[in-house]
Write a protein that binds this ligand. Structure first.
Ligand SMILES: [Zn+2]
Ligand SMILES: [Zn+2]
Length: 208
């Protein structure tokens, strides 16, 4: 690799932007001999929320990486689990709730100038940036597939009362509304206006 000062400063600028912190993993200690493996455990604090509108990993959440990095001929294969807390809003009862999501990753990061890098699109196979792997787009993509589009606070959430909007979990199972069928409502009116229904005469229509 050329060691000109321009190259060095460019590399410094790049490493200032991306270093071995957060979701970015430095693979230099792994080397490139195929078959070499390294365990990588790390807790990453998210800089921004990751996920969907109704359910996501919140900003400032602690994401646990438990990974294995393996050098293969075309790049580095990353396998393992990512565990993160989630927050969201129930799509049925609209209450906020928290949970946990667990991702299982198996991703190849292609070496720069590898055959894989040259013969695939960058939205097909992730690329390494020099010796660095950025896991953030992997987590963002995987979480988007893993999280439910219509999250529920509990699997059997009873939702909201369709009549008054109260949350059924608070209202209780005997919550309900006496809704008169329009046909019966007409009969009830007739009954009230008929003589002999027990109403005081003072309430009766004077014309009757
Ligand atoms: Zn709910
Ligand atoms: Zn109700």
């Amino acid at each position: 690799m050329p060691a000109g000062s321009g190259s060095v400063s460019r590399r410094r600028a790049a490493s200032h932007r991306k270093t071995d912190v957060g979701f970015v993993l430095d693979t230099r200690s792994l080397g490139r001999r195929p078959g070499t493996m390294r365990e990588q455990q790390r807790t990453v604090t998210t800089a921004e929320k990751i996920g969907l509108d109704l359910i996501y990993i919140p900003e400032g959440a602690e994401v646990e990486l438990d990974l294995q990095l393996q050098a293969v001929s075309e790049g580095v294969l990353v396998t393992g689990t990512v565990i993160a807390p989630t927050a969201g809003e129930c799509s049925r009862c609209l209450e906020p709730f928290t949970g946990e999501v667990r991702l299982h990753l198996t991703e190849l990061f292609a070496y720069p100038d590898s055959t894989t890098e040259q013969t695939t699109e960058d939205d097909e196979i992730y690329r390494m940036d020099d010796d660095l792997i950025d896991l953030e787009p992997v987590v963002v993509d995987a979480i988007g597939l893993e999280l439910p589009l219509q999250p529920l606070c509990t699997p059997d959430c009873a939702g909201l009362c369709p009549e008054c909007g109260v949350r059924m979990a608070i209202a209780g199972s005997d919550h309900g509304h006496e809704i008169l069928d329009p046909r019966w409502a007409g009969l009830a009116k007739f009954a009230n206006e008929s003589p002999g229904n027990g109403s005081p005469d003072a309430d009766a229509d004077p014309e009757r």
